[in-house]
Design a protein around this ligand. Sequence first.
Ligand code: ARG
Length: 299
Amino acid sequence: MKKLTALVLAALLLLGLLAGCASTGDGDTTDYSAMTIEELKPLIKTATEGKLTMVTSPDFAPYEFYSLDENNTPTLAGFDIALGQYIADFLGLELEIVPMDFNGTILELATKKADIGMAGYSPDPERADSMDFSNIYYTGGQSFVTTQANAALFPDLASTNNAEYQIGAQIGSIQAGLAKENSPDADIVELSKVTDIISEVLSGKLDGAYIETVVAESYAKTYPDLAVVLNVPYDQEGSVVGVSKGNAPLLAAVNLAIAQALEDGSMEQFVAEANALAEGNTYEGLLNEDGEAATEPAE
Ligand code: ARG
């Protein structure tokens, strides 16, 4: 008898659990990833109707930065910006880009003020609560940078782990994690902009920094004193679009747009154009209230 009660109880518990599972989320079991863009379009809801609001952190050439023309007029450029426009066009939405510090982009997505974020995001499981990840649209790598003068001090990652060193990484980035993991004894200095990190490495305030390889190489072209010395292993390699959580039709549509951009050669072209522009006159950071590049790029 006791055994029976236990069995009944167990069965009830299981039922309860199953019911619990089914009732989480909105019960929507539609497979949006099997739909075409035309089928998805009417199902996509965005923060502002008819618009695709995208947050970005323009301190990250060639992903996103300001390109300056001969009058020093800044234009938002980079392959994330170009891909963002491509996605908006593909979805039939008007693109609105809101630039802010990197950490802010993650918060905006988490509070669903933005529909997508494009800021060279790595699909870091620790930020999976704040956004959904698209498929990978670009694959880079991670590096440790220092100055040419100090390059010989860093033959391997172990040499970065020294209590004498001040080592930079961007707030909220996976590089901050890489710094703590590989240089735990060093003084890790977290700054909100990659551009500030580069200037502090160049001025000797920081002994080194963790930066994404393509970004480090792009800045090294502009500032030849910057040395990209070590490759840093990271297991979530690749960049994804951050999509407002739980917006399955939007996520599916973004993935369709990415697949097409990779296939039709657009992405390759965006990367080439961004690299070429990043070699010219650029400004990284946020503009002042008058929409001007607030300070001169670091010397
Ligand atoms: N890939 C790194 C991350 O996801 C760094 C991205 C930084 N992006 C930027 N626009 N500053 O954490």
